[in-house]
Design a protein around this ligand. Structure first.
Ligand code: NDP
Length: 246
């Protein structure tokens, strides 16, 4: 498992959930890793020690995705401290919902800033550093394509924005040999969407396989898209949702 030996990856929102699984998987495949977090300093440090134990370089960066300067800094700190950047995984995201008429301006702005603007800004900051063979992998949601229940309209909109961003940037970077892809998870057991949470049974009823996905399911797709086997995959998305959108 050393398909990513010598590669340097930045994973946003890597302290918990899907991001932490991506950090572990990319490190297991041989990559050096920088990852960001917002609040979970202790969890982030523990994960960093675990990755160090694998013999990889690792940096845990406190960087609020809602803060443009912090997003920019996380990219430049990665380049400086790891000596380059080959793989950017835009994973950090938040879910705030409820009926649209009850959503606050603060919630709407937070969703737009973290789920869309931070992805645009991290991507813009990374582009000058990415070499031929580089990868940008965005984490969207299966709600980008099918919104099967209420209370998630703005969240879903932020994720469908990533479809066009992924396609557009893939056009810009294709000539440089850089691939840009989108992974759309379905219901995945994390703090954001626990498999035993209040809305879990409703979601499970929509999943063909009948159960939630694991963060490792998403990390496996990211490892594939980051690696040499996906060299000709760009401008497209991969939905990992147990058939929820079928
Ligand atoms: P979690 O809430 O479990 O973890 C979120 C991670 O992102 C944490 O590491 C958190 O850091 C970080 N994060 C959150 N806000 C910020 C911020 N403002 N700045 C920096 N880091 C931040 O979420 P998931 O692992 O479930 O979700 C990961 C991605 O997958 C998201 O983009 C989400 O929208 C998407 N997704 C998840 C699904 C699910 O069912 N779980 C389904 C479809 C998509 P900290 O620990 O410091 O708070």
């Amino acid at each position: 498992m050393s398909k990513l030996a010598g590669k340097k990856a930045l994973v946003t929102g890597g302290s918990r959930g899907i991001g932490a699984a991506i950090v572990r998987r990319l490190a297991a495949e041989g990559a050096d890793i920088a990852f960001t977090y917002q609040r979970s300093a202790e969890t982030a440090q523990a994960l960093a020690r675990e990755i160090e134990g694998l013999g990889r370089k690792v940096i845990a960066l406190q960087a609020d995705s809602a803060d443009p300067a912090a997003v920019q800094h996380s990219v430049s700190a990665t380049v400086e401290r790891l000596g380059g950047l080959d793989i950017l995984v835009n994973n950090a995201g938040i879910a705030r919902g409820g009926p649209l008429e009850q959503m606050t301006l603060e919630d709407i702005d937070a969703l737009l800033n973290v789920n869309i603007r931070a992805v645009v800004l991290a991507t813009r900051a990374a582009i000058p550093h990415l070499p031929r063979g580089g990868r940008i992998i965005n984490i969207g949601s299966n709600l980008a394509e099918r919104v099967a229940y209420g209370g998630v309209s703005v969240y879903s909109m932020t994720k469908s924005a990533l479809i066009a961003l992924t396609k557009g940037v893939s056009r810009e970077l294709g000539p440089r040999g850089i691939a840009v892809t989108l992974v759309n998870p379905g219901s995945t057991d994390t703090d954001m969407n626990p498999a035993q949470g209040p809305r879990a049974e409703m979601q499970r009823g929509l999943i063909s396989l009948g159960h939630y996905g694991k963060p490792e399911d998403i990390a496996a797709a990211v490892a594939f898209l980051a690696g040499p086997d996906a060299a000709h995959v760009t401008g497209t998305s991969l939905t990992i949702d147990g058939g929820q959108n079928a």
